[in-house]
Design a protein around this ligand. Structure first.
Ligand code: GCU
Length: 615
């Protein structure tokens, strides 16, 4: 019998390595070997390591090897590639900022890391975990293909058969390709820098045979418009990988003196239990509780905030009370070092700037940011809009593209569905209206609600600018399917001058909360002139003054905004040789972290709104 189980395990493990295994969440609580640090690399613009000279994909069976090993079999062996320390990149980190020749590089880079491995005593399984790789990753270990992942901003993991791991010199190779394609998500055209590489953490994660793969532990949504009950109820589920029937799962919240045990009923075990009176999570009181989920042979710890959020009539209710979102849009970039943001220090810088502006909310544009951002937002009490990069002119007519968007949506929601700070999942930004597009986006909204019924679903919608009247309607057909009607407007920057705001009003046919997901103007930090001079700080300051005056006339369902954008950021589209030089200059901070004059206009408005709206 034992031999049969072992055989079954080997067969399932080997067959499974070629498919990306379902995501393991709360990776930070897991025992893992960090594979961050120096990786050797080969730049491969012609994909020589992947295709033969007839451009057929190399086939390991024929003895052709991808560039997934470089140890010559013997002295006659012809190797026209190799990994040596002379060519090293740091992981995590985009390649663009690490070497001048990489600044604009879009193509394939082969990364290689050797590591030693000391097997655990207990029957253990191992997964290679990647926080994110932009855009496509083909992963090989000791010459064997572990799998392939597409999507530049979400985590993924592959199980590694323990038989494949060696005590020394394990040879991990990742082929990373960040080329843009029409049928990918995002597509060819974006207003941000296409930073490539292994941009987030890499770990070899150790888990027991049967382990806690994922879980949702959240407050049950109260009746529409109601606050959570005095003794609120948790509902959720625990997903075990290779669940052992007959076992139990224990959920402990020590501070609440709560310990609940449920019998395992299969891969997914629902949980539901009452909580004693507790401190609800909110921006004013971002209370997080230690939550421990355990089985007989596995245990994970998390910090979870308990709150409810909903769009209710014309309002957004947090814990049953209406809120006004004092937001700002943020790119996942550290402008001072011209690089992708990653890790807790970068999160501290970006969210610290948002707090300095007086924000209680951030729009993490236009893709899922590093997990450090959402976990810090939980701790700081900053509400989060999290978004997948369904941006502009995606190929809405392709089922394959929809599947790619759904995969990224699922990875985003799975990684963060226990983060109290996240109140909005966004399925896209400024997608051009057509029936095909609305069907595509509606399908994403339906999928998001299936994956998570506890949060609002939104997207940055298109505006119908009226040439005749001074009223602009947000009547994008997608508005019928979102919970929060959000739109981007640049009145006075892309259309007319800021004084156009004085005679403009906004409306929406949807009886839903209304949110301005972008508004902004460009200014080169330190460039001063009269307020009519574009790209001067004075012009941007005037823009914000006019916009804020207009906000005071917004309809009653106006629930907040997230101006574009916190910091100047890199974009290949912005090439005014004096004011831009490859930077989008709409930041309220410039690329050196200096506040522009408009920052203080926005900060004053938020301080005023904070006094008005905090009851
Ligand atoms: C759009 C888009 C942003 C872009 C901004 C701009 O609204 O959503 O990604 O950077 O406009 O033009 O600066």
């Amino acid at each position: 019998m034992k031999k049969l189980i072992l055989l079954l395990f080997i067969v399932t493990s080997l067959t499974r390595v070629y498919a990306q295994d379902s995501l393991i969440t709360n990776i930070g609580s897991r025992k893992a070997l960090s594979l961050n640090g120096s990786w050797q690399y080969i730049v491969d613009p012609y994909e020589t390591g992947f295709y033969d000279y007839r451009y057929h994909e190399l086939n390991e069976k024929n003895g052709d090897a991808y560039w997934n090993t470089d140890v010559p079999a013997n002295k006659t062996d012809k190797k026209e590639h190799g990994y040596i320390a002379k060519y090293t990149l740091q992981v995590p980190g985009d390649w663009n900022h690490q070497k001048p020749e990489f600044v604009y590089y879009e193509g394939t880079v082969w990364y290689k890391k050797s590591f030693d491995f000391h097997p655990a005593e207990s029957a253990t399984r191992y997964f290679l975990y990647f926080g994110a790789v932009n855009y496509r990753a083909d992963v090989y270990l000791n010459g064997k293909k572990m799998g392939m992942h597409k999507g530049g901003f979400t985590p993924f993991n592959f199980e590694v058969p323990v038989s494949l791991l060696k005590a020394t010199g394990n040879f991990l190779v990742v082929k990373v390709d960040n080329k843009r394609y029409a049928d990918e998500v995002p597509t060819l055209n974006t207003d941000w820098w296409n930073y490539g590489g292994i941009t987030r953490d890499v770990k070899l994660v150790e888990v027991p045979q049967s382990f806690i793969q994922d879980y949702v532990i959240q407050l049950k949504k109260p009746l529409p418009g109601k606050a959570p009950a005095a003794m609120p109820e948790v509902t959720g589920w625990i997903r075990l990988n290779q669940a052992q029937s007959g076992g139990n799962i224990t959920i402990t919240i020590p501070e609440l003196k709560l310990k609940k045990q449920v019998a395992v009923i299969g891969a997914i075990t629902p949980v539901s239990f009452k909580l004693p009176k507790l401190q609800l999570w909110s921006p004013e009181h971002p209370k997080l509780y230690q939550v421990i989920v355990a089985t007989s042979n596995d245990r994970v710890e998390d910090k979870i905030g308990f709150r409810t959020v909903e769009a209710y009539g014309k309002q957004v209710l947090l814990n049953g009370k209406p809120i006004f979102m004092r937001g700002i849009s943020i790119h996942g970039e550290i402008p001072q070092e011209v690089r992708r943001a990653v890790g807790p220090e970068d999160a501290k810088q970006l969210l610290g700037q948002a707090r300095e502006l007086g924000c209680n909310m951030v729009r993490l544009a236009h893709y899922p940011h590093d997990e450090a951002m959402t976990r810090l937002a939980d701790s700081l009490g900053i509400l989060v809009w999290s978004e997948i990069p369904v941006y502009w002119t995606i190929n809405f007519g392709s089922q394959e593209v929809l599947n790619k968007a759904k995969a990224q949506l699922k990875e985003m929601i799975t990684r963060d569905h226990n983060r109290a700070s996240i109140i909005i999942w966004s399925v896209g930004n400024e997608t051009p209206v057509s029936q095909t597009r609305t069907d595509f986006m509606h399908s994403l909204i339906t999928e998001a609600k299936r994956l998570d019924s506890t949060r609002m679903i939104s997207a940055a919608l298109e505006v119908n600018y009226s040439a005749l009247k001074d009223i602009n309607e947000v009547n994008d057909p997608l508005g019928q399917f979102v919970d929060l009607v959000a739109f981007n407007e640049y009145l006075g920057w892309y259309g007319g001058l800021p004084d156009k705001c004085r005679t403009t009003n906004w409306s929406t046919p949807y009886n839903k909360p209304l949110f301005i997901s972008e508004t902004g103007a460009g200014a080169k930090g330190g460039f001063h002139a009269d307020s009519l001079t574009r790209f001067s700080e004075e012009f941007q300051e005037w823009y914000y003054k006019e916009q804020i005056a207009m906000l005071k006339r917004m309809p009653v369902n106006f629930v907040g905004l997230s101006p574009w954008v916190l910091n100047d950021f890199r974009s290949p589209k912005r090439n005014n040789p004096i004011y831009q030089e490859g930077w989008n200059r709409k930041g309220l901070y410039d690329d050196k972290g200096n506040k522009k004059k408009a920052f203080y206009i926005m900060q004053a408005y938020y301080n005023e709104m904070k006094k008005k709206t905090i009851k």
